[in-house]
Design a protein around this ligand. Structure first.
Ligand SMILES: [Zn+2]
Length: 281
């Protein structure tokens, strides 16, 4: 069965006006184009079950933009983070050519493609992460940038096992970061990314660029040890801070999770320069 779309007057007919469809020999309007559309992960929830995880043929009268295609499929533009036409990322105004293969991804679906162009200026969701074992340095860097990040060993014990990680990623809607391709290929995972084998700062830079995290970062708002959001605290309440620090510092923060105290010392200034460099790229 063909899922059929037709251009409507005032929609995508533009200056050419409404075309009167010609009828072909089979009784169907002539001049229809066809595209094959595939939705990934939770975008399938919007489609009839027979088209889940399959190429869906869609016929339409040209011209048709991607935004019009989404509307005709009942997909909100907010639900679609990334769209590819014939393998190239496109924006909502792109026209859908005859014979096109259209791939639609929700926010942060795992994919393996080249340079991408996002549909929206800012990604849709505040991303949350789950770092597989051996990625705890990367996880602490993500916390430094303000991202809610759970480390495998924090969440599930010393050796969590793949099942526990998959369950946690799904239950808490976290993007699983891993270097284990077998784990990343688990079909239950909808949000997962492979982390390159590289020094931690390179890994972090790749992740920032891949997910366009720059504008969502809130550096120095989260405890790097336990992931809780830190809170400003009055210096008078702090008994354990050395006198020399109190003399130099005016502002302090406390982690409500692990009671750690933070202030803007020389280490902070070095980290601030590091973070500013990361987020400027
Ligand atoms: Zn803490």
């Amino acid at each position: 069965m063909i899922h059929e779309l037709r251009a409507t007057a005032g929609g995508n007919t533009g200056a050419e006006g409404v075309r009167s469809p010609q009828t072909g020999p089979a009784g169907e309007p002539a001049g229809l184009c066809e595209a094959r559309v595939r939705c990934y992960a939770e975008l399938n929830d919007h489609l009839p079950e027979r088209w889940h995880q399959r190429d869906m043929p869609v016929r339409f009268a040209p011209p048709l933009t991607l935004a019009e295609l989404l509307a005709a499929l009942g997909l909100s533009t907010d639900a679609v983070e990334l769209a590819l036409i014939d393998g190239s990322s496109v924006d909502l105004d792109a026209s859908v050519p005859d014979g096109a293969r259209v791939s639609l991804y929700p926010a942060f679906e795992a994919f393996d493609i080249g340079p991408i162009q996002r549909l929206h200026e800012a990604p849709l969701r505040q991303p949350r992460f789950l770092c597989d074992a051996h990625l705890d340095k990367l996880g602490r860097r993500l916390r430094l940038l303000g991202f809610d990040t759970v480390l495998a060993e924090d969440a599930t014990g010393a050796d969590p096992g793949d099942d526990a990680l998959v369950h946690l990623a799904r239950e808490q809607h976290r993007i699983l970061l891993s270097r284990d391709r077998e784990l990343l290929a688990r079909p239950e995972l909808t949000h997962a990314l492979e982390v390159p084998q590289a020094p931690v700062d390179i890994q972090l830079r790749c992740l920032i660029q891949r997910l366009q995290l720059q504008r969502m970062a809130a550096p120095f708002t989260r405890c790097t040890c336990c992931n809780a959001l830190i809170e400003p605290v009055d210096a008078a309440e702090l008994r354990d801070v050395p006198q020399r620090v109190r003399k130099r510092q005016e502002r302090f923060w406390r982690c409500p999770g692990c009671e750690r105290i933070y202030w803007e010392g020389s280490h902070h200034r070095r980290m601030r320069a590091f973070v500013d460099g990361l987020l400027r790229d």
